[in-house]
Design a protein around this ligand. Structure first.
Ligand SMILES: COc1cccc([C@H]2O[C@H](CC(=O)N[C@@H](CC(=O)O)C(=O)O)C(=O)N(CC(C)(C)C)c3ccc(Cl)cc32)c1OC
Length: 341
Protein backbone atom coordinates (compact mmCIF):
# COMPACT_ATOMS: atom_id res chain seq x y z
CA UNK A 1 0.00 0.00 0.00
CA UNK A 2 1.69 3.21 -1.17
CA UNK A 3 0.14 5.87 1.10
CA UNK A 4 1.88 8.76 -0.67
CA UNK A 5 -0.19 8.21 -3.85
CA UNK A 6 -3.58 8.27 -2.06
CA UNK A 7 -5.95 11.25 -2.27
CA UNK A 8 -6.69 12.87 1.14
CA UNK A 9 -10.19 11.33 1.25
CA UNK A 10 -8.96 7.85 0.31
CA UNK A 11 -6.18 8.10 2.89
CA UNK A 12 -8.83 9.03 5.46
CA UNK A 13 -10.88 5.96 4.47
CA UNK A 14 -7.92 3.68 5.16
CA UNK A 15 -7.50 5.36 8.53
CA UNK A 16 -11.16 4.52 9.30
CA UNK A 17 -10.49 0.93 8.16
CA UNK A 18 -7.57 0.57 10.56
CA UNK A 19 -9.61 2.13 13.39
CA UNK A 20 -12.65 -0.11 12.91
CA UNK A 21 -11.24 -3.50 11.89
CA UNK A 22 -8.05 -4.05 13.93
CA UNK A 23 -6.28 -7.18 12.58
CA UNK A 24 -8.42 -7.49 9.44
CA UNK A 25 -7.40 -4.10 7.94
CA UNK A 26 -3.95 -5.41 6.98
CA UNK A 27 -5.48 -8.26 4.97
CA UNK A 28 -7.75 -5.82 3.07
CA UNK A 29 -4.81 -3.48 2.35
CA UNK A 30 -2.90 -6.42 0.85
CA UNK A 31 -5.58 -7.00 -1.81
CA UNK A 32 -4.45 -6.58 -5.43
CA UNK A 33 -5.40 -3.79 -7.82
CA UNK A 34 -8.92 -2.35 -7.86
CA UNK A 35 -10.05 -4.80 -5.17
CA UNK A 36 -8.24 -2.95 -2.39
CA UNK A 37 -10.18 0.32 -2.63
CA UNK A 38 -13.50 -1.35 -3.58
CA UNK A 39 -13.40 -3.68 -0.57
CA UNK A 40 -12.09 -0.99 1.79
CA UNK A 41 -15.14 1.16 0.89
CA UNK A 42 -17.51 -1.85 1.00
CA UNK A 43 -16.19 -2.70 4.48
CA UNK A 44 -16.73 0.90 5.69
CA UNK A 45 -20.28 1.13 4.27
CA UNK A 46 -21.12 -2.17 6.01
CA UNK A 47 -19.55 -0.80 9.20
CA UNK A 48 -21.78 2.29 8.96
CA UNK A 49 -24.90 0.09 8.59
CA UNK A 50 -23.75 -2.16 11.46
CA UNK A 51 -23.11 0.91 13.67
CA UNK A 52 -26.67 2.13 13.09
CA UNK A 53 -28.09 -1.34 13.83
CA UNK A 54 -26.06 -1.66 17.05
CA UNK A 55 -26.91 1.81 18.41
CA UNK A 56 -29.67 1.21 20.98
CA UNK A 57 -29.95 4.98 21.70
CA UNK A 58 -31.62 5.56 18.29
CA UNK A 59 -35.45 5.12 18.38
CA UNK A 60 -36.53 2.12 16.23
CA UNK A 61 -38.56 4.20 13.72
CA UNK A 62 -35.71 6.65 13.14
CA UNK A 63 -33.17 3.80 12.97
CA UNK A 64 -35.24 1.88 10.42
CA UNK A 65 -35.45 4.93 8.12
CA UNK A 66 -31.71 5.68 8.47
CA UNK A 67 -30.76 2.08 7.60
CA UNK A 68 -33.19 1.76 4.68
CA UNK A 69 -32.01 5.06 3.18
CA UNK A 70 -28.27 4.41 3.55
CA UNK A 71 -27.93 2.84 0.09
CA UNK A 72 -29.45 6.00 -1.47
CA UNK A 73 -27.26 8.30 0.63
CA UNK A 74 -24.21 6.75 -1.03
CA UNK A 75 -25.04 9.28 -3.80
CA UNK A 76 -25.81 12.15 -1.38
CA UNK A 77 -22.50 14.05 -0.84
CA UNK A 78 -23.72 15.89 2.29
CA UNK A 79 -25.37 12.98 4.12
CA UNK A 80 -23.94 12.15 7.58
CA UNK A 81 -25.32 11.10 10.97
CA UNK A 82 -23.92 12.87 14.05
CA UNK A 83 -26.05 11.50 16.88
CA UNK A 84 -24.55 8.02 17.23
CA UNK A 85 -23.03 6.97 20.58
CA UNK A 86 -21.31 3.90 19.15
CA UNK A 87 -17.55 3.30 19.30
CA UNK A 88 -17.32 3.34 15.47
CA UNK A 89 -19.53 6.45 15.09
CA UNK A 90 -16.80 8.21 13.08
CA UNK A 91 -17.90 6.28 9.94
CA UNK A 92 -21.34 7.92 10.30
CA UNK A 93 -20.05 11.38 11.28
CA UNK A 94 -17.60 11.43 8.35
CA UNK A 95 -19.77 9.45 5.90
CA UNK A 96 -19.26 12.13 3.19
CA UNK A 97 -15.58 11.05 3.04
CA UNK A 98 -16.64 7.42 2.49
CA UNK A 99 -19.42 8.23 -0.02
CA UNK A 100 -17.05 10.50 -2.00
CA UNK A 101 -14.64 7.60 -2.50
CA UNK A 102 -17.60 5.26 -3.15
CA UNK A 103 -18.60 7.51 -6.08
CA UNK A 104 -15.03 7.26 -7.46
CA UNK A 105 -15.31 3.48 -7.79
CA UNK A 106 -16.01 1.72 -11.10
CA UNK A 107 -19.78 1.39 -11.68
CA UNK A 108 -19.67 -2.42 -11.46
CA UNK A 109 -18.43 -2.18 -7.83
CA UNK A 110 -20.85 0.65 -6.93
CA UNK A 111 -23.84 -1.38 -8.16
CA UNK A 112 -22.88 -4.41 -6.03
CA UNK A 113 -22.20 -2.32 -2.91
CA UNK A 114 -25.45 -0.37 -3.28
CA UNK A 115 -27.61 -3.48 -3.88
CA UNK A 116 -26.10 -5.43 -0.96
CA UNK A 117 -26.44 -2.41 1.36
CA UNK A 118 -30.15 -2.12 0.45
CA UNK A 119 -30.88 -5.86 0.87
CA UNK A 120 -28.93 -6.06 4.13
CA UNK A 121 -30.70 -3.03 5.63
CA UNK A 122 -34.13 -4.44 4.73
CA UNK A 123 -33.21 -7.80 6.29
CA UNK A 124 -31.71 -6.28 9.45
CA UNK A 125 -34.86 -4.20 9.99
CA UNK A 126 -36.93 -7.38 9.89
CA UNK A 127 -35.02 -8.58 12.98
CA UNK A 128 -34.63 -5.12 14.56
CA UNK A 129 -37.60 -5.11 16.94
CA UNK A 130 -35.99 -8.07 18.72
CA UNK A 131 -37.97 -10.48 16.54
CA UNK A 132 -36.25 -13.43 18.19
CA UNK A 133 -34.49 -16.12 16.22
CA UNK A 134 -36.77 -19.13 16.71
CA UNK A 135 -36.16 -21.88 14.13
CA UNK A 136 -32.87 -22.91 12.56
CA UNK A 137 -34.44 -21.49 9.37
CA UNK A 138 -34.74 -18.09 11.12
CA UNK A 139 -31.10 -18.47 12.21
CA UNK A 140 -30.00 -19.09 8.63
CA UNK A 141 -32.14 -16.17 7.41
CA UNK A 142 -30.77 -13.73 9.99
CA UNK A 143 -27.18 -14.81 9.26
CA UNK A 144 -27.88 -14.50 5.52
CA UNK A 145 -28.92 -10.87 6.00
CA UNK A 146 -25.98 -9.81 8.19
CA UNK A 147 -23.21 -12.03 6.78
CA UNK A 148 -24.29 -14.18 3.81
CA UNK A 149 -24.99 -11.04 1.77
CA UNK A 150 -21.45 -9.82 2.52
CA UNK A 151 -20.06 -13.04 1.06
CA UNK A 152 -22.32 -12.70 -1.98
CA UNK A 153 -21.30 -9.05 -2.51
CA UNK A 154 -17.58 -9.77 -2.11
CA UNK A 155 -17.76 -12.69 -4.56
CA UNK A 156 -19.40 -10.45 -7.17
CA UNK A 157 -16.70 -7.81 -6.64
CA UNK A 158 -13.96 -10.48 -7.05
CA UNK A 159 -15.48 -11.59 -10.39
CA UNK A 160 -16.13 -7.99 -11.57
CA UNK A 161 -12.42 -7.24 -11.05
CA UNK A 162 -11.60 -10.17 -13.37
CA UNK A 163 -9.10 -11.41 -10.75
CA UNK A 164 -11.45 -14.33 -10.11
CA UNK A 165 -13.64 -16.44 -12.43
CA UNK A 166 -17.31 -15.59 -13.15
CA UNK A 167 -18.41 -18.70 -11.21
CA UNK A 168 -17.16 -17.21 -7.92
CA UNK A 169 -19.65 -14.33 -8.18
CA UNK A 170 -22.47 -16.48 -9.60
CA UNK A 171 -22.53 -19.27 -7.00
CA UNK A 172 -24.59 -17.56 -4.26
CA UNK A 173 -25.08 -20.62 -2.01
CA UNK A 174 -21.30 -21.08 -1.58
CA UNK A 175 -20.78 -17.35 -0.96
CA UNK A 176 -23.68 -17.39 1.51
CA UNK A 177 -22.11 -20.33 3.38
CA UNK A 178 -18.87 -18.36 3.78
CA UNK A 179 -20.85 -15.74 5.69
CA UNK A 180 -23.02 -18.16 7.68
CA UNK A 181 -19.96 -20.03 8.94
CA UNK A 182 -18.35 -16.82 10.25
CA UNK A 183 -21.54 -15.35 11.71
CA UNK A 184 -22.71 -18.57 13.41
CA UNK A 185 -19.23 -18.87 14.94
CA UNK A 186 -19.44 -15.27 16.22
CA UNK A 187 -22.93 -15.87 17.67
CA UNK A 188 -21.85 -19.12 19.36
CA UNK A 189 -18.69 -17.52 20.84
CA UNK A 190 -20.45 -14.30 21.92
CA UNK A 191 -23.23 -15.96 23.99
CA UNK A 192 -22.31 -14.19 27.25
CA UNK A 193 -21.51 -10.75 25.76
CA UNK A 194 -24.80 -10.77 23.82
CA UNK A 195 -27.01 -12.05 26.67
CA UNK A 196 -25.57 -9.36 28.97
CA UNK A 197 -26.71 -6.75 26.43
CA UNK A 198 -30.12 -8.43 26.17
CA UNK A 199 -29.41 -9.69 22.63
CA UNK A 200 -30.51 -13.25 21.88
CA UNK A 201 -29.15 -14.83 18.68
CA UNK A 202 -29.11 -18.52 19.68
CA UNK A 203 -32.11 -20.15 17.93
CA UNK A 204 -34.99 -21.12 20.27
CA UNK A 205 -35.37 -24.43 18.36
CA UNK A 206 -31.96 -25.31 19.83
CA UNK A 207 -31.87 -23.89 23.37
CA UNK A 208 -35.48 -24.85 24.21
CA UNK A 209 -34.37 -28.53 24.15
CA UNK A 210 -32.00 -27.77 27.06
CA UNK A 211 -33.53 -24.93 29.12
CA UNK A 212 -36.70 -22.88 29.70
CA UNK A 213 -34.97 -19.58 28.87
CA UNK A 214 -31.73 -18.76 26.98
CA UNK A 215 -30.59 -16.74 30.03
CA UNK A 216 -30.65 -19.93 32.14
CA UNK A 217 -27.33 -21.08 30.64
CA UNK A 218 -25.60 -18.40 32.76
CA UNK A 219 -26.39 -20.38 35.95
CA UNK A 220 -23.67 -22.82 36.97
CA UNK A 221 -26.42 -25.28 37.95
CA UNK A 222 -27.40 -25.56 34.24
CA UNK A 223 -23.83 -25.90 32.96
CA UNK A 224 -24.15 -29.47 31.61
CA UNK A 225 -27.29 -28.64 29.57
CA UNK A 226 -25.67 -25.38 28.38
CA UNK A 227 -22.63 -27.27 27.04
CA UNK A 228 -24.91 -29.77 25.28
CA UNK A 229 -26.69 -26.89 23.52
CA UNK A 230 -23.30 -25.36 22.64
CA UNK A 231 -22.16 -28.65 21.07
CA UNK A 232 -25.47 -28.88 19.17
CA UNK A 233 -24.98 -25.40 17.62
CA UNK A 234 -21.29 -25.99 16.83
CA UNK A 235 -22.28 -29.18 14.99
CA UNK A 236 -24.82 -27.19 12.95
CA UNK A 237 -22.20 -24.53 12.08
CA UNK A 238 -19.65 -27.16 10.99
CA UNK A 239 -22.01 -28.17 8.16
CA UNK A 240 -20.90 -25.01 6.28
CA UNK A 241 -17.26 -26.17 6.13
CA UNK A 242 -17.56 -28.34 2.99
CA UNK A 243 -18.98 -25.31 1.11
CA UNK A 244 -16.15 -23.12 2.44
CA UNK A 245 -13.54 -25.59 1.21
CA UNK A 246 -15.20 -25.74 -2.23
CA UNK A 247 -15.37 -21.91 -2.38
CA UNK A 248 -11.66 -21.56 -1.48
CA UNK A 249 -10.69 -24.21 -4.05
CA UNK A 250 -12.04 -21.94 -6.84
CA UNK A 251 -9.88 -18.92 -5.95
CA UNK A 252 -6.91 -18.12 -8.21
CA UNK A 253 -5.59 -14.79 -6.86
CA UNK A 254 -3.26 -15.12 -3.86
CA UNK A 255 -4.38 -11.88 -2.17
CA UNK A 256 -8.05 -12.88 -2.53
CA UNK A 257 -7.31 -16.36 -1.17
CA UNK A 258 -5.57 -14.93 1.92
CA UNK A 259 -8.46 -12.46 2.45
CA UNK A 260 -11.03 -15.29 2.30
CA UNK A 261 -9.17 -18.17 3.97
CA UNK A 262 -7.90 -16.40 7.10
CA UNK A 263 -11.35 -15.66 8.63
CA UNK A 264 -12.52 -19.22 7.82
CA UNK A 265 -9.58 -20.96 9.54
CA UNK A 266 -9.88 -18.57 12.51
CA UNK A 267 -13.57 -19.53 12.73
CA UNK A 268 -13.01 -23.30 12.85
CA UNK A 269 -10.23 -22.68 15.37
CA UNK A 270 -12.71 -20.70 17.49
CA UNK A 271 -15.33 -23.46 17.23
CA UNK A 272 -12.74 -26.05 18.30
CA UNK A 273 -11.78 -23.94 21.35
CA UNK A 274 -15.47 -23.46 22.22
CA UNK A 275 -16.51 -27.09 21.68
CA UNK A 276 -17.57 -28.78 24.95
CA UNK A 277 -16.05 -25.78 26.78
CA UNK A 278 -18.09 -24.42 29.76
CA UNK A 279 -15.97 -21.24 29.74
CA UNK A 280 -18.19 -19.98 26.89
CA UNK A 281 -20.80 -19.24 29.60
CA UNK A 282 -18.47 -17.33 31.93
CA UNK A 283 -16.10 -15.44 29.58
CA UNK A 284 -15.66 -14.68 25.85
CA UNK A 285 -13.49 -17.56 24.66
CA UNK A 286 -10.87 -16.42 22.12
CA UNK A 287 -8.10 -18.12 20.21
CA UNK A 288 -4.74 -17.49 21.85
CA UNK A 289 -3.05 -14.52 20.09
CA UNK A 290 -0.05 -16.66 19.13
CA UNK A 291 -2.28 -19.32 17.60
CA UNK A 292 -4.25 -16.70 15.61
CA UNK A 293 -1.07 -15.09 14.25
CA UNK A 294 0.32 -18.53 13.45
CA UNK A 295 -2.79 -19.41 11.43
CA UNK A 296 -2.83 -16.06 9.60
CA UNK A 297 0.70 -16.80 8.42
CA UNK A 298 -0.08 -20.41 7.46
CA UNK A 299 -3.44 -20.13 5.65
CA UNK A 300 -1.87 -19.04 2.37
CA UNK A 301 -2.61 -22.09 0.21
CA UNK A 302 -5.56 -24.43 -0.25
CA UNK A 303 -3.55 -27.36 1.10
CA UNK A 304 -2.42 -25.35 4.12
CA UNK A 305 -6.02 -24.31 4.81
CA UNK A 306 -7.21 -27.92 4.38
CA UNK A 307 -4.64 -29.11 6.95
CA UNK A 308 -5.95 -26.52 9.45
CA UNK A 309 -9.58 -27.58 8.85
CA UNK A 310 -8.47 -31.25 9.14
CA UNK A 311 -6.61 -30.78 12.44
CA UNK A 312 -9.46 -28.89 14.14
CA UNK A 313 -12.11 -31.38 12.90
CA UNK A 314 -9.97 -34.23 14.25
CA UNK A 315 -9.62 -32.39 17.58
CA UNK A 316 -13.40 -31.92 17.92
CA UNK A 317 -14.03 -35.60 17.03
CA UNK A 318 -11.46 -36.64 19.63
CA UNK A 319 -13.12 -34.77 22.53
CA UNK A 320 -16.77 -35.44 21.59
CA UNK A 321 -18.22 -36.78 24.89
CA UNK A 322 -19.77 -40.29 24.76
CA UNK A 323 -22.90 -39.07 26.57
CA UNK A 324 -23.43 -35.94 24.43
CA UNK A 325 -26.81 -36.27 22.61
CA UNK A 326 -25.39 -34.71 19.39
CA UNK A 327 -22.20 -36.85 19.40
CA UNK A 328 -23.13 -39.07 16.42
CA UNK A 329 -23.89 -36.07 14.17
CA UNK A 330 -20.77 -34.31 15.38
CA UNK A 331 -18.59 -37.32 14.48
CA UNK A 332 -20.40 -37.58 11.13
CA UNK A 333 -19.70 -33.98 10.03
CA UNK A 334 -16.11 -34.21 11.34
CA UNK A 335 -15.65 -37.42 9.30
CA UNK A 336 -16.95 -35.60 6.20
CA UNK A 337 -14.48 -32.75 6.76
CA UNK A 338 -11.60 -35.20 7.34
CA UNK A 339 -12.38 -36.90 4.01
CA UNK A 340 -12.38 -33.52 2.18
CA UNK A 341 -9.10 -32.30 3.66
C1 LIG B 1 -16.58 -14.38 0.96
O1 LIG B 1 -16.88 -13.75 2.19
C2 LIG B 1 -15.85 -13.19 2.93
C3 LIG B 1 -14.51 -13.24 2.52
C4 LIG B 1 -13.52 -12.64 3.33
C5 LIG B 1 -13.84 -11.99 4.55
C6 LIG B 1 -15.18 -11.96 4.95
C7 LIG B 1 -15.57 -11.32 6.26
O2 LIG B 1 -14.50 -11.51 7.20
C8 LIG B 1 -14.49 -10.68 8.35
C9 LIG B 1 -13.36 -11.11 9.27
C10 LIG B 1 -13.23 -10.09 10.41
O3 LIG B 1 -13.67 -8.98 10.34
N1 LIG B 1 -12.61 -10.53 11.52
C11 LIG B 1 -12.46 -9.67 12.70
C12 LIG B 1 -12.42 -10.53 13.93
C13 LIG B 1 -13.78 -10.66 14.54
O4 LIG B 1 -14.66 -9.82 14.18
O5 LIG B 1 -13.98 -11.57 15.36
C14 LIG B 1 -11.14 -8.95 12.68
O6 LIG B 1 -10.16 -9.64 12.35
O7 LIG B 1 -11.14 -7.76 13.06
C15 LIG B 1 -15.83 -10.70 9.05
O8 LIG B 1 -15.99 -11.34 10.09
N2 LIG B 1 -16.85 -9.99 8.48
C16 LIG B 1 -18.10 -9.79 9.24
C17 LIG B 1 -19.25 -10.79 8.84
C18 LIG B 1 -18.92 -12.22 9.29
C19 LIG B 1 -20.52 -10.33 9.54
C20 LIG B 1 -19.45 -10.78 7.34
C21 LIG B 1 -16.69 -9.27 7.25
C22 LIG B 1 -17.15 -7.97 7.16
C23 LIG B 1 -16.93 -7.22 6.00
C24 LIG B 1 -16.21 -7.80 4.93
CL1 LIG B 1 -15.90 -6.89 3.53
C25 LIG B 1 -15.76 -9.13 5.01
C26 LIG B 1 -16.03 -9.88 6.15
C27 LIG B 1 -16.19 -12.53 4.15
O9 LIG B 1 -17.51 -12.40 4.56
C28 LIG B 1 -18.34 -13.52 4.66
Amino acid sequence: QDWTKLSPTLKRCYQFLVMTSRSFASVIQALDGELRDAICIFYLVLRALDTLEDDMTIPVEEKTALMKELHENLYNPEWKYRRSQEVDKIVLEEFPVISAEFRNLDKSYRDVIQEITKRMADGMCKYLDCADVNSFEDWNEYCHYVAGLVGIGLSRIFSASKLEDEIVGEDEPLSNSMGLFLQKTNIIRDYLADIQEGRKFWPKEAWSKFAKRLEDFQDASNRDEAVRCLNFLITNALHHVPDAIKYLSRLRNQSVFNFCAIPQVMAIGTLAVCYNNPDVFTTVVKLRKGQAVYMMKRAVSLNAAKIIFHDFAAEIAKIAPKNDPTKDKTLQICETILMLT
